[in-house]
Design a protein. Structure first.
Ligand SMILES: [Zn+2]
Length: 334
């Protein structure tokens, strides 16, 4: 979850890498957009307050950039700010939005743009609701409401699936799945509990019910769900209840969060197989339906790749990676 300090850091030290970039000429944008959309998004305009019905829409939906269709916000993070502009307390992904210092109009503010195409969206302020405390004050004209249906069909053409599981500290699991051929993205976060938008500190208390998990986007034409489950079960210890090595607590439990009955059957089948092949002690991995995933703070993303010299990485993650590379050499990204 992004907080004000992260926003300031991005605005001063540079923004996270977007998943993709879209660049077009001014004329191309003019041809594609309405006059008002062009004025707001490409010329840093501001729409009149209370000019859009989008302010009072709170039904489940996703919102994408009107210029490049990149998903930016989920209605779950939308709130009534009373400002007259649609307001969100968190973007859908940490690299969806870019932040820039804006000293125009005699104020010091943080401007937000689409990190994919540079569209001006609005500003972000530190007076939003807890726990993030952020208020993304957006121009409705810069956003496009996306229905579940159009989203589904887009995912189907791309054919990217998402799997969620945990096996102790997410720095470890992320480092492993990040290296697999066919995995397009790995995010560290929290799932399996009841608290909305938990912070790392809260999850560490063991009282949120959440486990540290990774969410893995993968192309099933290259690697399938059974492979992922097998790799998961053989690269952490699924036989120790609420514990991985020295890490103890329910947040470190072994867990697989399934999206449907088919995934449940596969997970249970692979657990049976791996039990026979690899472990004498009983596998205690929890298999439960997936409900929500909450992305962890930026400092926990991509941790091993950023800080391989960190003590924990050398002592705990390096040996796990060595085992993983030995077992699955043919499945590792070149
Ligand atoms: Zn965009």
């Amino acid at each position: 979850m992004l907080q004000w300090k992260d926003v300031i850091q991005y605005a001063s030290n540079g923004n996270p890498e977007p998943d993709r970039k879209v660049e077009k000429t001014e004329q191309e944008w003019r041809d594609q957009l309405t006059t008002e959309q062009f004025r707001i998004t490409r010329q840093k305009g501001t729409e009149m307050a209370f000019s859009s019905e989008m302010c009072s829409l709170f039904e489940p939906a996703l919102y994408s950039c009107v210029c490049c269709d990149t998903l930016l916000f989920n209605a779950e993070q939308k709130f009534e700010s009373g400002s007259g502009w649609p307001s969100f307390t968190q973007p859908i992904k940490q690299n969806a939005i870019a932040y820039h210092q804006d000293n125009s109009h005699g104020m010091i503010r943080i401007e937000t743009t689409c990190n994919t195409c540079g569209a001006h969206l609005g500003h972000v302020f530190p007076d939003g609701p807890k726990p993030s405390g952020l208020r993304y004050c957006m121009n409705a004209v810069a956003l496009k409401k996306v229905t579940d249906q159009s989203l589904e069909s887009e995912r189907e053409t791309q054919n990217i699936q998402t799997a969620t599981f945990g096996g102790g500290c997410f720095w470890c699991t992320e480092a492993i799945f990040d290296r697999l051929e066919g995995v397009t993205q790995v995010r560290s976060g929290y799932a399996g509990g009841k608290v909305k938008n938990p912070a790392y500190r809260e999850v560490c208390s063991g009282n949120t019910g959440h486990a540290e998990v990774v969410q893995v986007d993968y192309d099933p034409n290259i690697i399938n769900y059974s492979d992922l489950i097998r790799i998961h079960l053989t690269t952490h210890d699924p036989t120790t209840l609420n514990q991985q090595g020295a890490d103890r607590g329910t947040q470190y439990r072994s867990i697989i969060l399934v999206n449907n009955d088919q995934e449940r059957e596969i997970a249970e089948q692979i657990i049976k197989e791996v039990q026979g092949e690899a472990y004498e002690d009983l596998i205690v991995t929890e298999v439960k339906p997936f409900t929500s995933f909450y992305e962890a703070e930026p400092e926990h993303q991509n941790f091993y790749n950023r800080q391989p010299q960190y003590g924990y990485c050398q002592a705990v993650i390096d040996p796990k990676l060595a085992k993983f590379k030995m077992l699955y050499a043919e499945k590792i990204k070149q």
